[in-house]
Design a protein around this ligand. Sequence first.
Ligand SMILES: Cc1cc2nc3c(=O)[nH]c(=O)nc-3n(C[C@H](O)[C@H](O)[C@H](O)COP(=O)(O)OP(=O)(O)OC[C@H]3O[C@@H](n4cnc5c(N)ncnc54)[C@H](O)[C@@H]3O)c2cc1C
Length: 393
Amino acid sequence: MFELAPSFFELTPEQEGTRRQAREFGEREVAPRAAEIDEQDVFPWDLWHKMAQPPYRYTGMFIPEEYEGWPRKIFDICLICEEVTAAGKLALAGVLMEMPGVGPTAILKGGNEEQKRKCLPPIVRGEGMGAFALTEPGVGSDAAAISTRAEYVNGKYVLNGRKRYTSFASIAMWVVVYAKTGPTKGARGISAFLVEQPNQGFLIIDRVPCMGARGHQDEEVLLQNCTLPKESLLGEEGKGLKYALATLDETRTTLCGGFIGLARAAMEEGINYARERVVFGRPIAQYQGVCFPLAEVAVEIEAARLLMYKAAWLADKGVRHTAETAAAKVFASQVLLKATNLAVEVHGGFGCTKRYPIERMFRDGRVWVFAQGTPNIQKLIVARDLFKPIRIE
Ligand SMILES: Cc1cc2nc3c(=O)[nH]c(=O)nc-3n(C[C@H](O)[C@H](O)[C@H](O)COP(=O)(O)OP(=O)(O)OC[C@H]3O[C@@H](n4cnc5c(N)ncnc54)[C@H](O)[C@@H]3O)c2cc1C
């Protein structure tokens, strides 16, 4: 039988339990509040605290046990992201599952023992969160071109520049900030710094309301003589972009779970509406013009899931999976956009009103696909593998 939910891939009884639990979290904790979170556009701290509690412990799922974490395989995190988002019917549900990975993974990749012991356990306990500041007003996809500078002066680093789209900057207990220590060295001149809050030189200058994925707090940061002890450098000078890209390989894979989950939720709305809505004397599901596109997207959801499973499986084996993850993310992005658009179409004019949750999912999907690298950038990664050694720009 063809279903929207994962039905074919052989999951262990533990993985089925993980999925059931994630569904319960999404249904019980997120779905009833989805409209309110979207309306208020404020980060729901209480959900973060609940995520940290047993039996979930989602705040520790990217973090090893020695830092009080509750580590899970990337494959299992994909299952969790998909199920929480599908049941929660809200992009922020998936963002919540990603945030324990986005900041902490950069510290795990580049940080020393002291930085890990200081920064990671409070995240696991749900006491705070970490953020990631790479994007700037002038630079998004071309990360090597960032202009934020870090100068080493009298034994300290002094950062100056601007960051845009730093999710949760104002509420994070620390932020991994990327800045140039070698301005003429391109990608090899970027270093990563741990900026603990509060810091007088780390100023939130704007909070930009976003059409979707609301509650994620898109903030603009001014780094104005932001002075840091030399111990704030993560890893080595010039290796910052390497840590950022290694982080994205992992969190982009799990992000696909969120995209697939939201696509599923949108399709469920579309299918249910098509069963019930009667036009010209029949439920519209009986018209092939309505049910064929729904069937096509249902097939694509399954294909997106299999691409994600492959990338996750490689990640868990410790095999390089940058292109496989990019392939999974570009396909999952397309499916998310198609599913949300189609479900609005099936609802007719009502689908564009606040009376139906598909209106929110449509806005959420449109925004979310840009997170952690646009669809075109994922195609660029795949194309570079395909055409090696020709350089694709
Ligand atoms: C919900 C959300 C949360 C985010 N959170 C964070 C965060 O916490 N921290 C952070 O640092 N950033 C964050 N971002 C920013 C995100 O990483 C950037 O939006 C993304 O990298 C793209 O950058 P840009 O928006 O500046 O687009 P640009 O790089 O300006 O691209 C504009 C368009 O040009 C296309 N394009 C660019 N180069 C090429 C090329 N070579 N070939 C073909 N097409 C190309 C792109 O695909 C895009 O369609 C977040 C974004 C979203 C949506």
